[in-house]
Design a protein around this ligand. Structure first.
Ligand SMILES: [Cu+2]
Length: 380
């Protein structure tokens, strides 16, 4: 069992709701009364707003390539359908489910569990950094009790993080152990055309059992990605994706931060996920008061995800790896498919700050929070 560094009590304390007598008056008073009287004394049973039909996100159409390996329609948006709101005094059950999810999230806090990325190790030969990536079909647990058939680089979703410095020459050996062909595109990275990874445009597909060698010298710094460009709707949405970060050779203008986080969004395929996990299996960002951290948003899904952070403003400094001429502050960063934004956050106010996609059908239902939800926990 994981020992959470943040006890539930401290979490609530950080959030300012523990031991402060904040229980709603009606409930507290009611608890002192006999059961019959309690019912009479209770305010009218709150009737939760009827949960709307999911109108925001039409089921993504799989055309025109759906034929050979189409995902079942029911698979396409596995967690986006709101559950029916409970009726009558089922509100207690609804609260219980909300609490249960948060408790699982808190009990699972473990900054070392790989959620925040696994670096891809390399070896160096004649000044070339050599990486190896193996494409595999694996089972992947996105949330408690929900294991999906995924496609993964080196067995994990997202794939391991490739991080180099501008000017580095990299050689990446891609082995295909899957039962279908693939190709790897270096999204945002400036490469020679024959290294761009688009089968039949720039190379033959990497067939099952084959290896393809990519080699290029990195020219543009920034937060980039690598992902399949073959049957991509299935292969990327099922997990063939990862971060490709090129640090600038001249770091003079790099912001000084205490931590650097990559947050990759995905939606169809393995479901509504941040770094391959759905709440409550996501991990919070843990920060000490006064620290600054960087978040590199990357959207590998097929939907827009407006990432909203409570309580702390986000300073957007780059778009698709390019420094913005005028950085700007906001609380919601709208990340479209393929886009990357880097932001700087200063942890200036202690507490447990919710951090989630603000398309509510990606985040919270009558069953509690799910999908694209995590937190920033600022400790004094
Ligand atoms: Cu979303």
């Amino acid at each position: 069992m994981n020992r959470s560094p943040v006890s539930r009590r401290n979490f609530l304390k950080a959030a300012g709701v523990a031991g402060a007598g904040l229980t709603v008056g009606a409930c507290r008073n009611a608890s002192a009364l006999p059961a019959e009287a309690t019912r009479a004394a209770m305010p009218p049973t709150p009737t939760p707003e009827p949960t709307p039909e999911p109108t925001l996100e039409p089921t993504p159409t799989l055309e025109p390539t759906a034929e050979p390996v189409a995902m079942a329609e029911s698979e396409a948006v596995p967690t986006a359908t709101p559950a029916p709101a409970p009726q009558g005094n089922a509100w207690e059950e609804m609260d219980r489910m909300h609490e249960e999810g948060v408790n699982i999230f808190l009990d699972g806090i473990d900054p070392t569990n790989g959620f925040w990325g696994t670096p891809l190790e390399y070896r160096e030969e004649d000044g070339v950094k050599i990486f190896e990536v193996t494409c595999q079909e694996v089972d992947w647990e996105v949330e408690p009790g929900n294991t999906v058939a995924a496609m993964a680089y080196n067995g994990i979703v997202p794939g391991p993080e490739i991080r180099v410095t501008e000017g580095d020459t990299v050689r990446i050996l891609v082995h295909n152990e899957m039962s279908q062909s693939t190709g790897v595109h270096w999204h945002g990275v400036i490469v020679p055309n024959n290294m761009d990874g688009v089968p039949y445009f720039t190379q033959p597909p990497i067939r099952p059992g084959e290896t393809f060698v990519y080699e290029f010298t990195t020219r543009n710094a920034g937060s980039h990605m690598y992902h399949s460009h073959h049957n991509a709707l299935e292969q990327v949405s099922r997990g063939l994706l990862g971060a490709f970060i090129i640090e600038p050779a001249d770091k003079t203008n790099e912001p000084v931060v205490d931590a650097d986080y990559v947050l990759i969004m995905n939606d169809v395929g393995i479901g509504l996920t941040l770094n391959g996990k759905s709440f409550p299996y996501t991990q919070p960002i843990m920060a000490k008061l006064g620290e600054k951290f960087r978040i590199r948003y990357m959207n590998e899904g097929v939907m827009i995800h407006p990432m909203h952070l409570h309580g702390l403003e986000q300073l957007v400094i780059t778009k698709d790896g390019w420094p913005l001429p005028q950085p700007y502050y906001c609380d919601t960063v709208n990340v479209a498919p393929g886009e990357r934004f880097d932001v700087i956050v200063e942890a200036h106010t202690p507490g447990a700050w919710a951090f989630h996609c603000h398309i509510l059908s990606h985040a919270e239902s009558a069953h509690g929070m799910f999908g694209m939800v995590t937190a920033v926990i600022v400790e004094e």
